[in-house]
Design a binder for this molecule. Structure first.
Ligand code: 8YV
Length: 327
């Protein structure tokens, strides 16, 4: 039997993928900033024993079915809504993600986005660079306080808890909503569980960190924004499709809510003509939650280790489909 064949959907640094090359033939899409084309992805899947994928790659039934000898899809991201996990399980393909290594980095960015939106940091930085600072004035670029306010975290997983920890440092009152209560988080972080409706009505900062599933798609809809306080700031660092963007836009324009900090969008990438980018009360980032050199390196290394483990017949470190039976 020959060496296994691994396809990587973006150009990753050679030293990071060297351990995969020790045990397998590796082919890589040659660009780090252009997504792999659908044709290439399907053709490569046909030959591959393993795919190392990005969260922007659509790994659906067609790709998985084409992968007759595919044993593992290792996604570089904690989210895996881009992968048809039930289909992978059906075909005996392991699906792996990269949790834990990105928790604190993503929580830092989420909190930075919250601070930036509340204190108008992007607007202020632009103001000074454009030479508009002519004098001190009492309400020049005045934002709203973060400390001692109420944060409402929707999705109290690992990143949600890490955000709660940061909020505690700002003396915030912490509310959360989750599929199930997290008693440990309540004890350790002083967080209070409440219904989604109660959280929306009470929080000064509504922070979305819930994974995208059929249940959470568009859960932040017209009704949800209407429930929020007019002074509320909405932060999204999970997946764009958890939000009905038209409803968010309308809520921001009509003053139903005060502002939004968004790291994610329903159809990424977006361009400058996207309606949400035209609003002054929106701080937008290009999906950089986990984007530090250190963390992205750890994510690539973990995805590589997951591939190596499966190809060597071992249990991968971070398996998504726990019911997976290798083919
Ligand atoms: C991605 C993310 O990993 O982890 C996730 O789910 O959304 C990001 O951290 C990143 O965009 C690289 O694919």
């Amino acid at each position: 039997m020959g060496r296994p064949y691994v396809f990587i959907t973006r150009k990753l640094p050679d030293d990071i993928i060297a351990p995969i090359k020790d045990i397998a033939e590796v082919a890589m899409w040659p660009h780090d900033d252009i997504p792999v084309s659908r044709d290439v992805l399907i053709n490569e899947a046909k030959k591959a024993d393993a795919l190392l994928t990005m969260v922007s790659d659509v790994i659906d039934q067609e790709v998985l079915k084409a992968g007759k000898s595919l044993k593992v899809v290792a996604n570089m991201g904690v989210g895996f809504d881009n992968i048809d996990v039930p289909a992978a399980t059906k075909y005996g393909i392991a699906v792996c993600n990269t949790p834990d290594v990105l928790t604190d980095t993503t929580a830092d960015l989420t909190f930075a986005l919250l601070l930036a939106t509340a204190r108008r940091i992007v607007e202020a930085a632009q103001f000074i660079k454009e030479g508009k600072w002519k004098s001190w004035s009492p309400f020049l670029l005045a934002g709203v306080d973060v400390h001692h306010k109420t944060i409402g975290i929707v999705g109290m997983g690992k990143i949600g808890q890490a955000v709660a920890k940061r909020a505690a440092g700002f003396d915030m009152n912490i509310l959360y909503h989750n599929r199930s209560r997290n008693i440990e988080a309540e004890k350790q972080l002083g967080a209070t569980y409440c219904s989604f409706q109660e959280l929306l009505a009470t929080a000064d900062f509504v922070v979305c960190l819930t994974p995208l599933t059929n249940e959470t798609r568009h859960m932040f809809n017209r009704e949800a924004f209407r429930k929020m306080k007019q002074s509320a700031i909405f932060i999204n660092a999970s997946r764009g499709a958890v939000v009905d963007e038209q409803a968010l836009y309308d809520a921001l324009v009509s003053g139903e809510i005060a502002g939004a900090g968004l790291d994610v969008f329903e159809h990424e990438p977006i361009d400058a003509s996207h309606p949400l980018l035209t609003l002054k009360n929106v701080v937008a980032l290009p999906h950089i939650g986990s984007a530090t050199g250190e963390t992205r390196t750890k994510m690539m290394e973990l995805a590589s280790r997951n591939i190596i483990a499966v190809l060597q017949g071992k249990q991968p470190e971070t398996l998504v489909n726990k019911e997976w039976n290798s083919r």
